[in-house]
Design a protein around this ligand. Structure first.
Ligand code: FAD
Length: 407
């Protein structure tokens, strides 16, 4: 058995950020931290909306994992299959057994395209007009399909929540709408949502409803995509369970999303299988040396990288307080999250809120409407900031840059 002081499961946005801040703040040396991450590439997933929307090259959204992992950190490249929290043990797919003093679960949320009957087949078929920005290959396909589109019906879907970046299913509508409009292509845009409202925060819901009305985007609520056939999408009405077939010339679908099963199977999940942590301290509700953040956590806020940036310093502080100083954790996270919604090829609505859909805006004067300034912040600044600052743990959210005390 190999022992680490701190084990981090997942080398995504959250896992990398936690590791970098623990090391940068001098709480642990890299060799004492082990990251479990089977993926060879790290992705800047918010960039995939821009790939599908024709604003960014996919190459800018991917980097080899070894380029973003902190130097000298211990790594296991086999997926975790089980945690035994009573024994402080982790099991990996290749049969490895590891022990830890402190554990951070940061495995994200899985995209399950195959939960929609027929979806995978049509997504993989380069000649079929079905795409999704929730995967980088299908995002590239979306860009091409919109570029080559010659008119007709486009359907955009959204599965049951929670999903990562709940605004993304509609960002791609506004981006595609604008591109096709500029080319003068006659198109009918239809948005089929499983939920009953366009956005969970009333202020932004009002702005987006008006926007759809002006752009003649037809919204259909409580409609869940259950099957894809040749140019036909089948929806289930969430009230009556009735099925309805709709023909399309282009379909943008968003996959149903679930946390990794080993979390629930290890007795660490809430009723939906997300790692069950305290909403303000990020400490597991039963095991005091287990922590979670990001998309796989039970934190009842919108799942975004922006939320991860606000959660990380709270988790790091609380992990160190309880472990090294035997103090109680501080309830420092209030649910901050942000969703930059592209509303065209030049404008963006920046939504920022916290628990209970309460507004938590940084630039209120720019956030009551679509803004060109916010568009450039998202398109030009955030991707650079992500690779240069965020994955290196140097972003303190609205507290600005973090300056490490040094290891
Ligand atoms: P991830 O970054 O997904 O990382 C999880 C990691 O865990 C992965 O590397 C995975 O390989 C690893 N893993 C999984 N299972 C195991 C296992 N069993 N063992 C070991 N490792 C495992 N956020 C924003 O803030 N703004 C946006 O505009 C925005 N737009 C988005 C648009 C799209 C299309 C998408 C897909 C996402 C968007 N997001 C946005 C959301 C953002 O990308 C996520 O919220 C963020 O990446 C969450 O970080 P995470 O570390 O929790 O999960």
């Amino acid at each position: 058995k190999i022992h680490s002081q701190i084990a981090i499961i997942g080398g995504g946005t959250a896992g990398l950020n936690i590791a970098a801040q623990l090391i940068g703040d001098g709480h642990a040396i890299p060799q004492q931290i082990r990251i479990f991450e089977p993926s060879k590439m790290h992705a800047y997933q918010p960039g995939w909306t821009m790939v599908g929307g024709g604003l960014c090259n996919v190459k800018k959204t991917l980097k080899p994992m070894e380029q973003v992992l902190p130097k000298n950190i211990s790594v296991s490249d086999s997926a975790v299959t089980k945690i035994n929290p009573q024994k402080n043990e982790i099991e990996t797919q290749d049969g490895g057994i590891y022990t830890y003093d402190q554990l951070v679960i940061a495995t994200g949320i899985q995209t399950n395209f195959d939960q929609i009957k027929g979806a995978q087949k049509y997504l993989d078929d380069l000649n079929s007009p079905v795409a999704s920005i929730y995967n980088y290959k299908y995002a590239v396909k979306m860009n091409r399909l919109v570029e080559e589109f010659e008119g007709g019906n486009i359907l955009y879907t959204e599965p049951p929540l929670p999903i990562k970046c709940a605004g993304a299913p509609q960002k791609i509508i506004y981006l595609s709408h604008d591109r096709l409009n500029k080319r003068g292509i006659k198109t009918h845009h239809h948005f089929y949502k499983t939920a009953g409202v366009i956005f969970g925060v009333p202020k932004y819901a009002e702005i987006l409803t008006e926007l759809c009305k002006n752009k003649q985007i037809n919204c259909h609520f409580k409609q869940k995509l259950v099957e894809v056939q040749d140019h036909i999408a089948i929806f289930e009405n969430q009230d009556t369970k009735e099925l309805k077939s709709v023909t399309f010339d282009l379909l943008h679908l968003v996959p149903p999303q679930f946390p990794a099963q080993f979390i629930a199977q290890s007795g660490l999940g809430d009723s939906a299988g997300f790692a069950h942590v305290h909403p303000n301290t990020l400490q597991h509700v039963t095991y005091k040396n287990i922590w979670s953040l990001g998309d796989c956590s039970s934190l009842p806020t919108s799942k975004t990288a922006a939320a991860v940036m606000a959660q990380t310093p709270v988790l790091v502080k609380n992990l160190i307080r309880t472990w090294k100083y035997k103090l109680d954790p501080i309830p420092g996270y209030l649910g901050y999250t942000s969703c930059p919604i592209f509303t065209s090829q030049t404008k963006l609505l920046l939504a920022e809120f916290k628990y209970n859909s309460e507004l938590d805006e940084t630039f209120p004067i720019f956030q009551s409407n679509e803004s060109r300034l916010m568009f450039h912040l998202k398109k030009d600044f955030f991707p650079i900031a992500y690779w240069q600052i965020m994955v290196r743990g140097l972003w303190g959210g609205r507290d600005g840059l973090r300056f490490f005390k040094g290891a």
